[in-house]
Write a protein of this length. Structure first.
Length: 318
């Protein structure tokens, strides 16, 4: 199981891309109601809560400024970039614009913690900011979508918060509660968590792509522009947030945490919410954004890892 779990975790971006393409072209797909991907996303959030290193947050009392800045960057710069790009490029496609904005207005993905860890960043900041994101997002997302005006049906704060409760807060809280009651459980379930979370996410992508492929077929002309916009959205968010954090933070590890925490969003959640409130076409942007975000994040992680390698070799020689 360990070999399979490691392979799926390391090749997640590639696997998601393959599944998305295969789902689009294959006549054999799983036609499931919308509550099914919600369950699988809940599984992802449960294992996120179960494996989250909460004890690391206890040592963040001297990092309150950094935590506040990361949260502010996430809910100002990242959201504003999504709104501006969505309105500029897709004002005539409100469903697509809504998907882009939602993708920038949800909490960070679990991959943010992994990339931060591998890059030598402060994972405790990512964990703490992620918990705050879950509280903030249900209130910011409707405000961000209000910028589209009357072109889309506005999201009800109550309905959005209800969706967050079912897909995020309840399963995440359950995982955290089990971790607190049974401290050894996260270590015992490491391989199950490493396999179940990415597989559940792949299933979510398959179901969302299957529900949205007819809309993609009808709007194929906008796909190149959408991919360009999502790449630009990810790069701008990473570049601006990392530059600001590097200028304000004393330690590079904190800036690295800001880089991933503010830029790699939970596109699975955004996709389900977009599909639920705006239809299949709205879910396409989060699916593509997830593939793009993971791919760019992996390349940046490799850069940081390779940059650390010579120092490690020097220490080994000493």
């Amino acid at each position: 199981m360990k070999l399979i779990a490691d392979f799926v975790s390391k090749k997640l971006a590639l696997l998601i891309l393959i599944v998305a393409i295969a789902t689009y072209f294959s006549p054999f797909t799983w036609n499931a109601p919308l509550w099914v991907p919600s369950i699988f996303l809940g599984i992802v959030m449960f294992f996120t809560g179960l494996s989250m290193n909460i004890s690391s947050i206890k040592n963040l009392h001297h990092k309150k400024k950094e935590l506040l800045i990361i949260v502010l960057l996430k809910w100002s710069v990242t959201v504003l970039i999504a709104i501006m790009l969505a309105k500029f490029f897709f004002s005539d496609y409100p469903d697509v614009a809504a998907g882009i904005i939602l993708q920038g207005s949800v909490p960070s993905a679990a991959a943010a913690s992994l990339y931060t860890l591998l890059s030598g960043g402060n994972t405790a900041l990512v964990v703490a900011a992620s918990l705050l994101d879950i509280v903030i997002s249900p209130f910011i997302a409707p405000l961000a979508l209000a910028g589209l005006g009357d072109s889309v049906v506005s999201i009800s704060l109550i309905n959005l918060f209800k969706s967050f409760m079912i897909m995020v807060i309840i399963p995440l809280s359950f995982g955290l509660t089990l971790q607190r009651k049974f401290p050894q459980l996260p270590h015992q379930a490491t391989q199950i968590s490493k396999l179940s979370s990415p597989l559940s996410l792949i299933i979510v992508i398959h179901l969302l792509m299957n529900n949205g492929k007819q809309f993609i077929s009808a709007e194929l002309m906008i796909l190149p522009t959408l991919i360009f916009v999502l790449i630009l959205q990810t790069i701008l968010s990473m570049l601006i947030n990392y530059t600001v954090a590097s200028f304000l933070f004393e330690q590079k590890s904190d800036a690295i945490a800001a880089l991933y925490q503010t830029s790699i969003c939970n596109a699975g959640l955004a996709g389900i919410l977009a599909h639920e409130f705006f239809g299949g076409l709205g879910a396409i942007a989060p699916i593509l954004a997830f593939i793009i975000g993971l791919s760019i994040g992996a390349q940046i992680t490799n850069y940081f890892v390779n940059k650390q390698l010579p120092l490690s070799l020097q220490k080994a020689e000493l």
